[in-house]
Design a protein around this ligand. Structure first.
Ligand SMILES: Nc1nc2c(c(=O)[nH]1)N[C@H]1C(S)=C(S)[C@@H](COP(=O)(O)O)O[C@H]1N2
Ligand SMILES: [Mo]
Length: 306
């Protein structure tokens, strides 16, 4: 078996590590550990022969999470200042079951799956990460969205006392960070809510206790540390579009043909990438998931909807 195949991270390697998590994380990750049973089918669809899994050390220390600072090392340095328990989530808008819920109650009993996805930032770096998560559709449907719900909006926690980036004006971001998806994008089987990575509980710097993952979109769509889910009739706003409307759209589907004003999107540096070995490769339309998702955008001028 080639080391490139997803089975190169077999459940047998992932599960034992999970089993030694402390009791608290164990309770929180009960779903993930039931995953000892349910981590049966690492979904690897769309992986390319040279999609080596990125070392965990890199994926957990080279981050964008402006709530903790704008330097790539800031989230790993400061995200431990965030308390993620208890974690309350507000559900509102066009749905039958709205209100405030405990995160653990929302995911209780749900099956966590391992998904190895390419992950591509607008800044033109990319990684391959073994995420652990729950299909977003399964999470959203328990709130019984009604016929008016066409989009879903997510918000990150606003807690300047524990998120030092929110105490600084440097980023120019209007907190809290917000993102959104069309409901059919949210229901797509590739779209997951991530609760872990590399077989462990999700580290704070990667968006604990849960963050979105939409593998065919640029990284900024994958909003971290979510505390609000709102079903809407109209397209929600999203942070990067508000900050620089000419640079970031709502859809943000990975598109090598449309360049960002500062970064060509034609190629990407696969981490680890160095000056001497940039490890560059062409970027694929929809980040390589075109076969799976192109149907979502039939009839849309994709360049326009960047
Ligand atoms: N709340 C919040 N979510 C966020 C961001 C952020 O600054 N704040 N950055 C986004 C960007 S630009 C990227 S590339 C990814 C990075 O995810 P990673 O650090 O797990 O690789 O998180 C996204 N989610
Ligand atoms: Mo990004």
């Amino acid at each position: 078996m080639s080391r490139y195949e997803p089975a190169s991270i077999p459940s047998s390697e992932i599960t034992p590590e999970s089993l030694f998590l402390n009791r608290r994380a164990f309770m929180r990750n009960s779903a993930a550990l039931a995953a000892g049973a349910s981590l049966v089918s690492p979904a690897s669809a769309g992986l390319q022969p040279d999609d080596d899994v990125t070392p965990e050390q890199i994926a957990t220390s080279y981050n964008n999470f402006y709530e903790f600072g704008t330097d790539k090392g800031d989230p790993a340095r400061y995200a431990h200042e965030l308390t993620t328990e208890p974690w309350r989530v507000t559900v509102s808008g066009e749905a039958g079951k709205t209100g405030e819920f405990d995160f653990d109650d929302i995911i209780k009993g749900m099956t966590v799956e391992e998904r190895i996805y390419r992950f591509r930032c607008v800044e033109a770096w990319s990684m391959v990460v073994p995420w652990m998560g729950i299909p977003l559709k399964n999470i959203l449907q328990q709130f019984e969205p009604n016929g008016n719900a066409r989009f879903v909006e997510f918000k990150t926690l606003l807690r300047p006392s524990e998120m030092r980036g929110q105490r600084s004006f440097f980023s120019g971001i209007e907190w809290p960070y917000v993102e959104g998806l069309r409901l059919d994008e949210a229901y797509h089987p590739l779209t997951i809510m991530v609760t872990g990575m590399y077989g462990k509980t999700l580290p704070n710097q990667n968006g604990a206790p849960w963050r979105l993952m939409v593998p065919w979109k640029y990284g900024f769509k994958s909003i971290k540390s979510i505390v609000s889910i709102r079903f809407t009739e109209r397209q929600p706003r999203n942070t990067w579009n508000m900050l620089a409307p000419n640079e970031y759209g709502f859809y943000a589907n990975v598109n090598p043909a449309v360049s960002h004003p500062r970064w060509s999107q034609a190629s990407e540096r696969r981490l680890p990438s160095t000056l001497f070995d940039p490890n560059t490769r062409p970027t694929l339309p929809f980040n390589g998931y075109a076969d799976e998702v192109a149907g979502l955008y039939a009839g849309m001028d994709l360049a326009k909807y960047y």
